[in-house]
Design a protein around this ligand. Structure first.
Ligand code: PLP
Length: 356
């Protein structure tokens, strides 16, 4: 039996979107490929609230995270970490020989604008990374407040990991001053895994020009230059199957309406939080709760694996805690195409199984 996924990626994909993955192939050097890419780019600019260029990478989101920090750090990167995915960005810097420092807070806490200000005031850094929505802790960082601080540091390239939030919550990339905003297809965008997407600003491009060793496959400037010179075609063969599905899914997203889509995510989040507060407790700081997933403290010491097995028999799956939080929390994703009635049904089933 297929289990409906309430995990923070991969997510449920609409059957008609999945079907687009089976579209017949086209040449990746023809007009059709250019038109497909252009169509995707235009729609993504609307979703990202950006005028900057959009880049696709046939990799998961981690590919563009690695590409961004490597391509655009000339001096030193400040990595702000609030959980597992901030930590990952720091490791990427280290393994690529990119000078970086990590500024980590206790899991469940947010990156504060004050912390960002303090670190950047040293003048040591020319790039920062922020996790918008930390999937390991269910926390959404205060990016508007952080943006206000960043206005004072125009030389700093701002990389934002919006992998588990883009498509589920409003992220006004240009307004926030984000230079490279990164997401993956398999989370709030509601597609199969395999493609990564980012915006790439003029400031980021100028910076990348100063960086001699940007790698090859994940050199963001090379991707940008290539699509500009070659009518929106990519240097290596992209996953055209994902592109067909993405183009179509973006139509569905825009048809739903961005505000309606973001509100649906807020409504699902409110419902899960209320349930979690009643029967368990929320893990992250209450001022920074994510709209796309909820991390719940296992205050009742339930046998999580047993619960998920029972849910599986009923055709549903939720997620255990991430990394260090594996045993003490569990997570319910409410992203992409999931609806409020589906969330209610899931929680009803959990209550039945646990006898709550
Ligand atoms: C899933 C996730 C990643 C990793 O993305 P992949 O597409 O699996 O490489 C990075 N950051 C966050 C916040 C995520 O949720």
């Amino acid at each position: 039996m297929h289990k409906k996924l309430f995990i923070p990626g991969p997510v449920e994909v609409k059957p008609q979107v999945l079907a687009r993955m089976a579209s017949p192939m086209i040449g990746h050097r023809g007009q059709e490929a250019s038109a497909l890419q252009l169509s995707i780019s235009e729609k993504l600019k609307t979703l990202f609230f950006t005028r900057e260029e959009i880049l696709l990478s046939t990799s998961s989101g981690s590919g563009l995270m690695e590409g961004a920090i490597r391509s655009c750090t000339a001096k030193r990167a400040a990595v702000f970490s609030v959980g597992a995915f901030g930590q990952r960005w720091y490791e990427m810097a280290q393994r690529n020989n990119v000078l970086a420092d990590i500024f980590a807070v206790e899991w469940g806490q947010a990156t504060t604008p004050e912390a960002v200000d303090q670190v950047l005031a040293t003048g040591k850094y020319d790039l920062i990374t922020i996790t918008h929505n930390e999937t390991s802790t269910g926390l959404m960082n205060p990016v508007k407040d952080i943006a206000a601080v960043l206005k004072n540091y125009p030389e700093v390239v701002y990389c934002l990991d919006a992998i588990s939030s883009m498509g589920g919550t409003k992220i006004e990339v240009d307004e926030l001053g984000v230079d490279i905003c990164i997401t993956s297809t398999q989370k709030a965008l509601g597609l199969p895994p395999g493609l990564a997407i980012c915006s790439f600003s003029q400031k980021a491009r100028t910076r990348a020009e100063e960086v001699p060793h940007r790698g090859y496959y994940l050199d963001l400037l090379e991707l940008y230059n290539y699509i500009c010179k070659n009518n929106y075609q990519y240097p290596s063969t992209p996953s055209l199957s994902h592109m067909f599905a993405l183009d179509y899914q973006l139509d569905l997203i825009l048809q739903e309406g961005l505000e309606a889509r973001f509100n649906r995510h807020k409504d699902m989040a409110a419902y899960v939080r209320e349930w979690a507060r009643e029967y368990f407790a929320l893990f992250p700081h209450p001022d920074f709760l994510s709209d796309t997933l909820t991390a719940i403290k296992n205050t009742r010491h339930i046998d999580f694996a047993g619960l998920n097995r029972e849910l599986g028999a009923r055709g549903m799956q939720i997620s255990n805690g991430y990394g260090a939080l594996k045993g003490s929390t569990f997570r319910i994703a409410h992203m992409a195409e999931t609806t409020v009635p589906e969330i209610k049904d899931l929680l009803q089933n959990i209550n039945e199984i646990l006898g709550l």
